[in-house]
Design a protein around this ligand. Structure first.
Ligand code: HEM
Length: 411
């Protein structure tokens, strides 16, 4: 085991600017690091991170301090039957028939509305004009919440994500997160109570009515879940859409291939998840002492699992630092399921419940954007860069394109 002094420091400005060289050093020489200021062990190798996600001995008790103060209790903190029952209440909305028939039109409408805002301009910033708004607009509409409140929801999820990724325990970030919890509760609880008396065809009504094994969700459960959905489904998919475009724009021959064959979008998304994951790290708390590469992690300690490093482990992938949508060591068929060969949605029982929703949003968004701007390219002289340590993605992605009129079916 190494101490943070000997290994690259994940709280340093160099790491924030570009974590990938540090990941390479950790993967090679420091598979287990004790980081005193974060009070956490850090692991990077694929085999160790995959074990931490899959084996129940690695509990999610860390979320008691990392998430509960902002969300309340969510399924992320639960385990065993409690978790399985709660997950079964919400999972159907995010897959299969529900997703395809009920929510696909919501996703398509929201993508088109945002693109209408810039399709005749000839320039756009794919982050600030599209990616930042699209997933949150979709979730707000899925839940049947007030569309005029998008900006407020966005501010709340930004605050929640900052709380979750507050690695240096900045007191202002903590205070803002706690304020957000109070504001969200004050807004949501009356909405939930009204919805119980007037159920509709939306996800919030479904959560109010859902019952599995005699268990129903309380107002507080639903409020906590909405809070989790805003953060888990907003920030992540925002970064994913921006990153897929960044990666493709930086590899014009792969962009051309995707533009000409849209069936390649899931491949490009899977490789984007591996190469530039929206969430770079997730924590766990082992219930017993566990032996991992480089030493033993004691029971009760915090373990930081570096998703961004594991996805570039050379023991797992050929040329891990190359973005290649045609690579043969990342099967697309499993990339959006718990059998995935990357760790960007985690693995095991907490595997991202919204993975198929994210895939649908990315497919619809990328398809519509490529239709509206078939010759898009980065604005002259602009070199995109990533931002963020806990979650990460391009801060800005200005592009230009020839203007095409929207093709509307006559009514
Ligand atoms: C590219 C987009 C996404 C990424 C990279 C992502 C990533 C993750 C990760 C890493 C976890 C596991 C957390 C842990 O085990 O500690 C997770 C869980 C979760 N995600 Fe996502 N997510 C994405 C999109 C979404 C969407 C669109 C939603 C729903 C609107 C969503 C809802 C959830 C929920 C509810 C959980 C908790 C599942 C459980 O505890 O059983 N995510 N996600």
């Amino acid at each position: 085991m190494t101490t943070a002094r000997e290994a690259p420091d994940i709280l340093s400005p160099d790491f924030a600017a570009n974590p990938y060289p540090a990941y390479r050093i950790m993967l090679e020489d420091h598979p287990l690091i004790w980081h005193e200021p974060m009070n956490s062990y850090i692991i990077s190798r694929y085999s160790d991170v995959a074990r931490a996600f899959k084996e129940p001995v690695f509990t999610t008790d860390n979320y008691d301090w990392q998430l509960e103060p902002v969300h309340g209790k969510t399924i992320l903190q639960l385990s065993g039957r409690d978790h399985a029952v709660r997950r079964a209440l919400i999972a159907p909305a995010f897959r299969g028939q529900e997703l395809q028939h009920r929510f696909l039109p919501v996703i398509e409408r929201n993508a088109a509305e945002l693109i209408d805002g810039f399709r005749e301009r000839g320039t756009a910033d794919l982050v600030t004009d599209f990616a930042r708004h699209f997933p949150i607009n979709v979730i707000v509409d899925m839940l049947g919440l007030d569309r005029t409140e998008h900006a407020r929801f966005q501010r709340w999820y930004t605050s929640i994500i900052a709380f979750l990724g507050n690695l240096s325990q900045d007191p202002d970030i903590t205070a803002d997160g706690l304020r957000t919890r109070a504001e969200l509760a004050e807004y949501m609880i009356p909405v939930i109570q009204r919805r119980r008396g007037d159920l509709g065809d939306d996800l919030l009504s479904q959560l109010c009515a859902a019952e599995v094994d005699g268990v129903r969700m309380s107002d507080e459960d639903i409020k906590a879940f909405v809070s989790l959905l805003l953060a888990a489904g907003g920030e992540t998919t925002d970064k994913a859409i921006a990153s897929i475009f960044k990666n493709l724009l930086e590899h014009p021959e792969q962009l051309r291939a995707v533009r000409e064959n849209r069936a390649l979008i899931p491949k490009a998304f899977a490789e984007t998840l591996r190469y530039s994951p929206p969430v770079h790290m997730i924590m766990r708390q082992p219930a017993e002492d566990v032996e991992l590469s480089g030493g033993v992690v004691p029971a009760g300690s915090t373990l930081t699992c570096l998703i961004g490093a594991a996805n570039r482990d050379p023991r797992r992938y050929a040329h891990p630092d190359a973005f290649d949508i045609f690579r043969d060591d990342l099967p697309t068929e499993t990339a959006f399921s718990a059998a995935a060969q990357h760790v960007s949605f985690a693995l095991g029982r907490h595997f991202c419940v919204g993975a198929l929703l994210a895939k649908t949003e990315v497919e619809v968004g990328v398809n519509q954007l490529l239709d509206a701007m078939p010759d898009l390219e980065l604005l002259d002289g602009f070199t995109p860069s990533e931002q963020g340590v806990f979650t990460r993605g391009p801060a800005s992605l200005p592009v230009r394109f020839s203007v095409r009129r929207a093709e509307r079916t006559p009514v």
